[in-house]
Design a protein around this ligand. Sequence first.
Ligand code: HEC
Length: 331
Amino acid sequence: MTTFLKAGIAAVVLAAGAPVALAAGDGPEIKKSSWNFGGIFGHFDEAQLQRGFLVYKEVCASCHGLKRVNFRNLVQKGGPMFPEESVKELAASWPNKVFDGPNDNGDIADRKGNIIKRPAKLSDPILGPYDNDQQARAAQNGALPPDLSLIARSRNVEYKGTVAYHPLSMARDIATGYQEGGADYIKALMTGYADQPPAYARNKAGQLVEVADKDVKDEKAVERCASISRGDAGAPDVCNKLQDGQYYNKYFPGGQIAMPSPLASPVAYQPNSGATSSIEQNAQDVAAFLSWTADPTLSERKSLGLGVLLYMLVTCVLLYIAKKRTWRAAH
Ligand code: HEC
């Protein structure tokens, strides 16, 4: 493919993405939470990962898989570290079974036409309810619930401040080793739902101006928009209405998402789980858990990194002393 053609395609793709990007840019800024796995000393908190897994199991697993995580990973160091016996039982009772064909006759389905499956073992991946993306879309109104194994790595928070501050904010992120954008986004997404999109009134210039819900006297006088596309060069703004089968979420690009609010009511925690259950806490814990699935060796890597730094520091001192001794006679 010529470079020219590639550039052309890139331009078309960019142009097609522009309205969405604009709408996303209009969304509110995502607040950065404090994560115990953040920064250079950060480590995953076992209890939090256990609670996060509980939220995943109770709520998210009915639509999303975690196919890059095996049940045995839930036992390993640096993760939730559940006891092996309980994970064995969990795997065996996991509702989403593992494909087990073809059988001795070469069949992949049994006589009734059902795909041959068996209960999961420790070495099997944590599967979602659908056999493939087509089946998932058919069940979810055309939308695809993505596999969540790596979602925390593939999402981030977008900078929404002024241009002048941007380099400063980037420098701060580098200095603090900020890498928790995915977790911050997931937490925000879980808590960003509202019953209906915000109300807007149109001014004389055709621009849409947000009206606080308490000031809406007459629903007919306002428009409810999931997002706004600003009109270019004096053209009136366009109100992007909430579409059928979509839910308003202020943090999702475009303001509407096909996923109904997963944490409409909180998942209850055991009294000894280390935190009290609330929607906010559920969101924080499941975001931490998904950060672990996306980067399971984080704790180990950070400890090793610190160890290596310490080792080099000691070596440095020793080498300096050795150099002084060796060259003392020559000076
Ligand atoms: C009823 C099914 C359902 C449940 C339950 C559910 N989701 Fe989803 N989820 C979806 C669908 C469908 C999408 C795709 C949405 C879209 O593209 O508009 C999605 C998308 C997502 C995304 C990707 C958003 C993005 O930026 O693209 C994340 C993250 C997510 N879900 C997390 C979760 C978590 C965490 C839970 C559990 C607390 C959960 N979901 C429970 C159906 C579900």
